[in-house]
Design a protein around this ligand. Structure first.
Ligand code: GDP
Length: 457
């Protein structure tokens, strides 16, 4: 494979920049552009050592650098690899990259270092995919789940299932190859219970996707309420900073604002919608449509009511948006004189859902909202111990298919279909699962997966 180079740090101004080079000719190229302060023979520098010196190209000193050496097979890609740490900034790192390219390296494609790690057998596909998830993590639980996948938890579980299927396959093949030994009946019984075991494991993995989705995407929360109910104040109180504009004029929140907080390690995206009321003009109309749409899209609706004012048609409209949705109902402005009738009417309409009393302005009762969210979505129950959690839609689809094929195989057995037909189903399941670990995946899919990576990774 050719020798590749890329800038691995994010573009922009920063303390240091890192240029990475991997491939057979890494040290040959490095020899041409790196002048160590204490002369050494670069070919003899051991792996896991760092040398100090200068990058020089066309007789021009580009920068003072540290070079980390990694010798095959003990590197990220399993190839000879070096990382040149230079001063940060856009210009210097580009000049160093150019020096590598002028002296024989090719510009790496996005994700090419990780792709090589996969192709060279250092990690399987699900681990390589975890690399991008680790990089893109925005919350504690997301990062931890990705790290576990990177360590190979998912791969191990897939392997366990494949081993089960393999044992069934072996039995089946024996009975096909040696029909005179009439082993079919025993095989059938054993094979069925092994398949059942695989089915349970697959089902558990599939179910973990619900938690995986929360870990990965967080929970989308829409705050709705009539104008002046206190939506912006609530958001401010939650964010404890004045990012949403609080105003006394109705309906100024024409567009929406989205912010993220973390509750029990899970990202919560809060959308502040426009006041919901009868539209007077086009702009407002768009705002209202958006509110309805957001309420529909949200995983959770926080409906806020002003208990210092009488309950009216607008409040009723808000309540009607909650049908069939997970929702939290807030009675706001408890620091003012409250209208008991408002409280009563809301409680009547919503049945036995517990209301939460708050003052958005005075930041009273806000903690109770977090507690309720945490309980509703069982956030504290999402345990990262033990089994793998699926967060990747590609994996979910594969496991769904494998589960269906397992069901087909089990049904075929129950229906006493010929054993070789069952063998076909089992091969199908193995083939599907191999798409997670990468054994049976097309070059096209591999290309697509790695194209989502950033440059230099
Ligand atoms: P929105 O239209 O629903 O976003 O409402 P705002 O957050 O802009 O609030 C409307 C008005 O009510 C502002 O003058 C706020 O200061 C006031 N307000 C909001 N929450 C409270 C509260 O808990 N107590 C009191 N006294 N006033 C509040």
């Amino acid at each position: 494979m050719s020798t590749i180079a890329a800038i691995s740090t994010a573009p922009g101004i920063g303390g240091i920049g890192i240029i990475r080079m991997s491939g057979e000719d890494t040290f040959k190229i490095l020899n041409k552009i790196f002048k160590p302060k204490n002369p050494v023979n670069i070919d003899e520098v051991k792996g896991y050592t760092i040398k100090y010196g200068y990058i020089v190209n066309n007789n021009e000193v580009i920068d003072e650098v540290l070079v980390s050496f990694f010798r095959a097979p003990n590197s990220y890609t399993t190839e000879n690899l070096c990382e040149i740490s230079s001063h940060g900034g856009v210009y210097i790192v580009r000049k160093i990259l150019e020096a590598c390219l002028e002296n024989g390296a090719n510009l790496a494609e996005p994700g090419e270092f990780t792709k090589r790690a996969f192709l060279n057998g250092r990690m399987d596909l699900s681990q390589a995919e975890a690399v991008i998830d680790v990089i893109n993590s925005v919350s504690d639980k997301e990062a931890k789940t990705s790290i576990k996948q990177l360590e190979g938890v998912l791969s191990r579980q897939i392997k366990e299932i494949r081993d089960l299927l393999m044992s069934v396959m072996v039995n089946i093949e024996v009975s096909i190859d040696y029909p005179e030994y009439d082993v079919e009946e025993v095989t059938n019984k054993e094979a069925y219970s092994t398949l059942e075991e695989a089915y349970v494991k697959l089902e558990k993995l599939l179910k973990s996707f619900d938690n995986g989705k929360i870990i990965r995407n967080g929970i989308k929360v829409a705050i709705i309420g009539k104008p002046n109910a206190g939506k912006s104040s609530l958001l401010n109180s939650i964010l404890k900073e004045e990012r949403a504009i609080v105003t006394d004029i109705e309906g100024t929140t024409r567009d929406t604002i989205e912010e993220a907080i973390t509750v029990s390690g899970i990202p919560i995206h809060i959308i502040d919608t426009a006041g919901i009321r009868k539209a007077n003009n086009e702009v407002e109309k768009i705002g209202i449509e958006k509110s309805r749409k957001m309420a529909e899209e949200a995983d959770l609706i926080i409906a806020i009511f002003d208990v210092s004012r009488p309950f009216d048609k607008e409040d009723e409209e808000i309540l009607s948006l909650l049908k069939g949705k997970k929702s939290i109902i807030l009675l706001n402005k408890i620091d003012l004189e409250t209208d008991n009738e408002t409280k009563q009417k809301i409680q009547e309409k919503i049945g036995d859902i517990e209301l939460i009393e708050i003052s958005a302005k005075e930041s009273i009762g806000i903690e109770n909202i977090y507690d309720r969210i945490s309980k509703m979505f069982e956030l504290n129950e999402i345990s990262l111990e033990g089994d793998a959690i699926i967060t990747n839609v590609r994996h979910k689809e594969i496991i769904s298919k494998a589960l269906q094929s397992t069901k087909n195989a089990m049904d075929a057995m129950k229906g006493y279909l010929p054993i070789d037909i069952i063998g076909v189903y089992i091969k199908e399941i193995m083939e599907e699962l191999g798409k997670i670990t990468g054994e049976s995946v097309s070059g096209e899919i591999i290309k697509e997966i790695f194209s989502k990576f950033c440059l230099g990774k």
